[in-house]
Design a protein around this ligand. Structure first.
Ligand SMILES: [Ca+2]
Ligand SMILES: [Ca+2]
Ligand SMILES: [Ca+2]
Ligand SMILES: [Ca+2]
Length: 467
């Protein structure tokens, strides 16, 4: 019996309204469809304890600008918002925020005579910013930027319809720069067709992984390529969809996905309808992308599951966040593995309201050992961009990792266990149901627990907590 669920997707006592511009639209994704029609979007990056968030904000005339806001203390408090671009009518759908150390990049699309990718960057953790410049431009369309930075290497994957021969055809392109995008060491066309996401392996930055989709009249599949030499050469294309086209009409037919890697573990999530309705499908590689596991249905819900974002950390915890229509409106759901994707928790939810909660992305900061999550919702009447973290943000006067004293069953959650508010008989079970700790604890005492998912029986009720 689970009588109370403490959401494992985000801190239940802390949610920040980052955009906080009442009466006007603020989105993580620049589309009137509200839900994302592609997936090359990441609105949050966390490095060295700082949290960087960018989003699209409209003015009362309906023009759109890119806004940026940061926290320098791991999401506890937030600096004032900074407007990175003037209000205009030509911003594209997607943006990408990435950081490495003190370097922060915000890239986005503009629809001009053709489409181009613009960006601004900071090399001092967001204190000051470069002027706006073209990251990839020229004839034809450059779209859907995705960036991974490691050391001096700036890796960019994007979508580009520069003609291979005579006719413009969208391909995924990759380029590497050692000058933050002002010049390029290498750059070239990879494969059909669109919506790339590039990630690297922090344990071996020469390993790069790109997930993308082929989306045309003949094929609608999720695809994968990798490089093991820092982007100099690339593998042949692997069909993650294993021969099955995504169903659905229009943009709903896009098998959009996401990818993350740490060491030999590579995790891919994408969408299709082979299990009856749109589900988040999952495959992993345990050999750095050389071979892949069978396809599993991760979401398993009764209605549309959409726009998955998958991320692993340095401790083998993997998280997938997505939006799901199964309770009638859109909610952000999540699922967690603590063993590199071998097994997964039940579905959990970040949101629970009658509004649309959409387009989630996340990052993990080893500096504070926390997951940082951002999404859009119109729960307040107009659209806003919201942030939370898991575990809760740490306030400066509390070294236990607990943000609030909210009563959740007579205990608080700390970084390395739970702290009791009163004397209690406590039994702790691991995710497989095995008894881990049993005993009497006194008020203020800490029940030490390793990072992971635990079931805690206290005062006759079971709580599911994530440390
Ligand atoms: Ca707003
Ligand atoms: Ca162009
Ligand atoms: Ca579903
Ligand atoms: Ca909702």
């Amino acid at each position: 019996m689970v009588s109370f669920l403490l959401s494992a997707c985000g801190c239940p006592t802390y949610k920040a309204n980052i955009s906080n511009r009442s009466g006007v639209v603020d989105y993580t994704y620049n589309d009137g469809n509200y839900i994302s029609t592609e997936r090359s979007t990441k609105n949050i990056a966390t490095c060295k304890g700082k949290v960087h968030i960018a989003w699209f904000g409209k003015n009362s005339s309906g023009q759109t600008a890119v806004f940026y806001r940061r926290s320098t203390n791991g999401g506890v408090t937030w600096d004032p918002a900074l407007q990175l671009t003037p209000f205009a009518g030509n911003l594209g759908l997607e943006m990408w925020v990435q950081c490495y150390g003190d370097t922060v990049v915000v890239a986005y699309e503009k629809v001009e005579s053709d489409n181009n990718i613009y960006y601004r960057y900071s090399t001092n953790g967001g204190n000051t910013w470069s002027s706006e410049a073209i990251l990839r431009g020229g004839s034809y369309n450059q779209e859907a930027p995705s960036i991974w930075i490691w050391g001096n290497n700036f890796h960019l994957a994007w979508s580009d319809n520069t003609p291979p021969t005579f006719l413009p055809v969208y391909h995924v392109w990759y380029g590497r720069s050692t000058t933050l995008g002002s010049s390029w060491v290498s750059s070239g066309r990879r494969d059909l067709s669109d919506s790339p996401i590039i990630v690297g392996d922090p344990t071996n930055p020469n390993r790069l992984h790109i997930i993308f989709m082929i989306f045309n009249a003949l094929e609608r599949k999720a695809r994968y390529i990798r490089s093991t030499d820092g982007g100099s050469t690339w593998s042949s294309t692997f069909d993650l969809s294993n021969g099955i086209n995504a169903g659905g009409s229009g943009f709903w037919g896009r098998p959009i996905g996401s990818i993350s890697a740490y060491g030999n573990y590579v995790h891919a999530a994408f969408l299709d309808e082979r299990f009856g309705n749109k589900e988040v499908l999952y495959r992993r590689s345990t050999d750095a992308g050389e071979t892949w596991s069978a396809i599993t249905n991760l979401s398993g819900t009764s209605d549309t599951s959409w726009s998955p974002y998958i991320l692993t950390n340095n401790a083998g915890e993997v998280r997938v966040y997505w939006v799901d229509k199964s309770d009638g409106d859109y909610e952000v759901l999540c699922k967690i593995s603590t063993n590199n994707g071998s097994s997964w928790s039940a579905n959990d939810r970040l949101t629970n309201n009658t509004a649309k909660d959409v387009m989630v992305s996340l990052d993990y900061d080893p500096t504070n050992s926390r997951w940082h999550i951002v999404w859009s919702s119109n729960e307040g009447g107009d659209w806003e961009v919201y942030y939370t973290s898991d575990p809760c943000p740490t306030s400066s006067d509390d070294d236990l990792g607990v943000a609030e004293e909210g009563e959740v069953g007579g205990f608080r959650i700390g970084r390395d266990g739970i702290i009791l508010h009163k004397d209690a008989e406590v039994r702790v079970f691991d995710v497989s149901g095995k008894l881990y700790i049993s005993g009497k604890f006194v008020k203020g005492e800490k029940v030490r627990l390793k990072r992971g998912v635990w079931f805690i029986l206290i005062n006759g009720k079971i709580y599911r907590v994530i440390i």
